[in-house]
Design a protein around this ligand. Sequence first.
Ligand code: BG6
Length: 488
Amino acid sequence: LPVDPTTLTIFGATGDLARRKLLPALYNLAHDGALPERFNLIGIARSQSSHEDYQREAREAIEQFSRRRPDPAVLDALLDRVRYIPGSFGDDDAYDSLSAQLDEFDADNGGPLNRAFYLSTAPAFFPVIVEHLGEHGLAHRADCQVRVIIEKPFGTTGAEASELNRRVLAVFDEKQVFRIDHYLGKETVQNVLAFRFANGMFEPLWNRNYIDHVEITAAEEVGIGSRAGYYDSAGALRDLVQNHMLQLLCLLCMEPPVTFTADEVRDEKVKVLRAIRAPAPDETVRAQYTAGTVGGEDVRGYLEEEGVPPESQTETFASLRLEVDTWRWNGVPFYLRTGKRLARKVTEIAVILKPVPHLAFAKEGSLGVQPNQLILHVQPNEGVSLSLGAKIPGTRMVIRPVQMEFLYGTAFMSQSPEAYERLITDAMRGDATLFTRNDEVEAQWRIIDPVLGAWQRDDPPLAHYEAGSQGPPEADRLLEGDDRWRAI
Ligand code: BG6
């Protein structure tokens, strides 16, 4: 699908996200010929830089972080269309300059270009920027499409998220708003939909009759780096579960939409979220890492990280047991876990099927029989694997699990685009399928709010785990009776 000619404005243009992800994503798109033919970029941030300073900064960021090795001609052509506006986000002058710059790009083009505003700032500025865009007549135009892309976190509680929705929707219409959850931009996350709805063989099994339970893991090796300021007030539950993990759960559980349009897909996801009741405190685990060894390197505990208050109770690991109360899923437990400083980086969905009803083999032969497991590997080793019981070659009937695998790397032999490449393009096209709708984000908070409330009352108490480990032993308790967590 073509992307309409657009001027993209990034608020927070000198920030970490812009440098590491957004500018490199724009370069990769330019490299692949996937940007619109007429594309301009405006950066806004506080530092008093010139257009040339910012173009230099953007070049460095792209050279350091882009997936594609920069081609000087493509990079020069992209940077030539970059302008910078210094200003604070509550400052009217900055919006006057922005408006003038947008008009100048339109005049160059000989007609109006679509406008997209990307809010890549601290969340406190989201309403301020949106309201200023409104006041300066920048939110609606008769002659072009205007869109606003809003980064995470979208609120830190349900009440805040609704208030933010209210303020955003007082200025923009919902169809102009693109709330980012970058997991939805990942190829393998979209493949959950392809896997489920492009293959007839799994659908008959995809329910409480055949699926015993599901484990969703988002483990990271990294600690919090220099993000203590944000992370210590967020914690793992807000940082990864409220958004990314609940999105994975939605894609896994939703009913097939009639068509893949933004609202039909999102209607189905909202139904899943509405069917989840908030877990009780004893269906949750919260924990913090202590010093340990990750990938052969000794690392500090969370409380020793720079900028973390010594008495912090913020969780760096969160685990929940959820149920989806629908005809399809009633009684199937969904176990979620995420953490920083775990043994390795792995994001995966493991669907564990029910055991066979009767084993006819002799005892020795059946010892290796295990329930089938379908694993959707989100990252790394992107792909899908299915474990099957197979006979070990020999004169006896002895069974052992083997793997049937599809790997992106070998099946397609091509590099997947980064999540932000897909999401920026979709937003410029006006396709909101991979973005979170207002009611969806509020429904996510409805599940998380009571957990946050219980955790603030120290219920359950904060557990601990050694950096580089599999997580706290308390997380095993959640699965008791069903299984053991897959090794990280
Ligand atoms: C972000 C979180 O949303 O997702 C980070 O704020 C986390 O804390 C990151 O590290 C994980 O993303 P990915 O794409 O590396 O799995």
